[in-house]
Design a protein around this ligand. Structure first.
Ligand code: FES
Length: 570
């Protein structure tokens, strides 16, 4: 079998010598020509604590690769720690994807095993791998175990918001709040709610890029290492089968991912990531597909942030395959996985072991879940809402806008006792889109004004051109497109304008005459941040990032360039 890596290693000339000699370092002479070279793209980093254990996972992948006759090559790639990276990890997702793509293409490799976990790491790995189109398979790093505080489980992320709101409402002391900090992160692994990391691991499996049954395995569980070992072997087999992303990631795969996203009650962030991955593959996926395919799918998983349980419970209850078996009739049976077999073949033996955590189809958590796509004069390009995480009584609502021009403006004024806001008001936050912030931060689930919290208000309609943490909840209209900084009508809203939300009708509107809206110009504060001088990646990003409705990728990164490299400088 002719391998891509042979282009580097075969031949008795000076180039072959150079490529082999520098890689020898104890490696036997027969480790090069004709031996599959498997990169292990590893996002392990001390500054990405959710992924720090992936070095151990990589060792198991190495064993599997060796066993199958391949040569494992660990390749550290850009890693993004969601809680650390400023100004927001999403600003760097496309940079990480671009670096993964270029490193895979530039090096003598034949296939890649992708190790990710924390929110942006699996999306960036998949985006890069899709554009290079070498055989690629994901090993998700897995969620952490459930921590407890005062005898009760703590959902990381979700309970930080909940406890901090309790402090603001005066029902939890500051001292108790700080004491809960050391109980939040019990073990290695990523956040244990159905946040973005858990969602993207499960979605990667629903897409077919993970060996079925592996996603959701807790990070400290020895079965994760067993799966990593098996995935190393599989990566070698995928080369012989020429099983590249473009050969098995089809519209059918994305259809199944959308069904899975709805059934697990997954994060809204999956929408931008799936759109971006599809864009790399040339798969015709649109924002409306999420509503068309997913909005009538029942939510079967009772996990935080909207529900009760955590990922350790989810895995114990049967995991993704048990969920998918319940909605099997909604899946596209033609979609294949990295194994070469259809995804639905993995559902034969996938029982639910705990029907409180994973509900049967006959007793869903929410009858119709998924993500609703709204349009209207406030979001002509679309906006999202996750009805299952919203308050039912707010899904149809009319209220006065209280407008904030940036997240800093919001923080400066939200607790002003003189702020004219009540429970019916609609909080509008702009300047948080891909270009405006820049990087589309997770700020759409704005904290409520303290004075309303003290009155017992726990949810309000909120509208924003940014994203929302997958661990957050509430009646939040987000990903408003076009964003304010790109000239969207969100920039024209003024405090006091009546805003009308009607989720059933899929509408989000400012109820003012069209000619009045057309006559307005954005105020200077809305555009002030966007106009700041920039350099480096930030400049490249702001100049080229697309809107949320197509995945917020850079315009010049859409599509695939394949793995060919035509020139050699030696
Ligand atoms: Fe890494 Fe939540 S901070 S997954």
């Amino acid at each position: 079998m002719q391998l891509r890596s042979d282009q580097w290693y075969s031949g008795e000339d000076r180039n072959g010598y150079l490529h082999r000699a520098w890689m020898r370092r104890g490696t036997p002479a027969d480790a090069f020509t004709g031996r599959p070279q498997i990169a292990i793209a590893n996002t392990a980093s001390d500054l990405t604590p959710c992924n720090a254990h992936l070095t151990e996972v990589a060792r198991s992948v190495r064993d599997g690769v060796f066993e199958a006759g391949g040569i494992p090559l660990e390749l550290p790639v850009v890693s993004l720690g969601e809680t650390n990276v400023r100004p927001t990890a999403m600003l760097w997702r496309n940079m990480a994807a671009m670096a993964v793509e270029e490193l895979l293409r530039a090096n003598p490799i034949d296939a890649v095993v992708l190790l990710g976990g924390c929110d942006k790491t699996i999306p960036s790995l998949l985006m890069g791998a899709a554009s290079v189109d070498l055989p690629a398979v994901v090993v998700p790093g897995g969620p952490m175990l459930t921590g407890t505080f005062r005898g009760k489980p703590l959902g990381c992320g979700t309970d930080v918001w909940r406890l901090s709101e309790e402090v603001r409402a005066g029902t939890l002391s500051q001292e108790q709040f700080i004491r809960s900090e050391s109980a939040m992160i019990r073990s290695r692994g990523h956040c244990n709610t159905m946040g973005t990391a858990s969602t993207m691991a499960l979605i990667a499996e629903a897409l077919g890029t993970v060996v079925p049954g592996v996603a959701g395995t807790p990070a400290p569980d020895s079965r994760l290492l067993e799966a990593a070992h098996g995935t190393g072997r599989l990566a070698v087999e995928m080369i012989a089968a020429d099983r590249r992303p473009s050969t098995f990631l089809t519209k059918a795969s994305f259809h199944n991912a959308i069904v899975a996203l709805a059934a697990i009650g997954g994060s809204t962030n999956a929408v931008v990531h799936l759109l971006a991955i599809a864009g790399r593959l040339g798969v015709d996926l649109t924002i409306d597909d999420f509503d068309r395919i997913g909005s009538r799918v029942p939510v079967l998983v009772d996990l935080q942030p909207a529900g009760r349980f955590l990922m350790e419970d989810f895995h114990r209850a049967g995991g993704l395959l048990a969920v998918l078996r319940e909605v099997r009739d909604l899946l596209d049976p033609s979609a294949l996985t990295v194994t070469g077999a259809p995804l639905v073949d993995a559902l034969e033996d996938a029982p639910i072991w705990d029907a409180e955590v994973i509900r049967p189809r006959t007793a869903p958590v929410v009858a119709e879940g998924g993500i609703a796509v709204l349009r209207g004069n406030l979001a002509p390009g679309g906006a999202l809402i996750k009805p299952a995480a919203a308050s039912p009584e707010l899904l149809r609502h009319r209220g006065r806008a209280v407008v904030f021009d940036s997240i800093e403006d919001f923080h400066a004024r939200i607790d002003d006792p003189d702020l004219d806001v009540d429970a019916d008001s609609v909080l509008v936050l702009r300047g948080c889109g891909p270009k405006g912030y820049p990087g589309m931060p997770e700020v759409s689930n704005m904290p409520l004004p303290t004075k309303l919290l003290e009155q017992g208000v726990r949810d309000m309609v909120r509208i924003c051109d940014g994203r929302m943490s997958g661990t957050a909840y509430g009646t939040v209209v987000l990903h408003v497109t076009p964003e304010a900084a790109a000239g969207g009508p969100l920039a024209l809203v003024r405090t006091g304008d009546p805003i009308v939300l009607d989720v059933e009708a899929r509408r989000i509107d400012i109820d003012i005459p069209a000619d009045e809206l057309a006559s307005r110009t954005p105020n200077a504060a809305t555009l002030a941040g966007f106009a700041a001088p920039r350099r480096g990646w930030e400049r490249l990003y702001v100049d080229h990032v697309q809107q949320a409705d197509t995945g917020a990728d850079l315009d010049f990164l859409a599509g695939s360039s394949g793995s060919a490299v035509s020139r050699e400088s030696h």
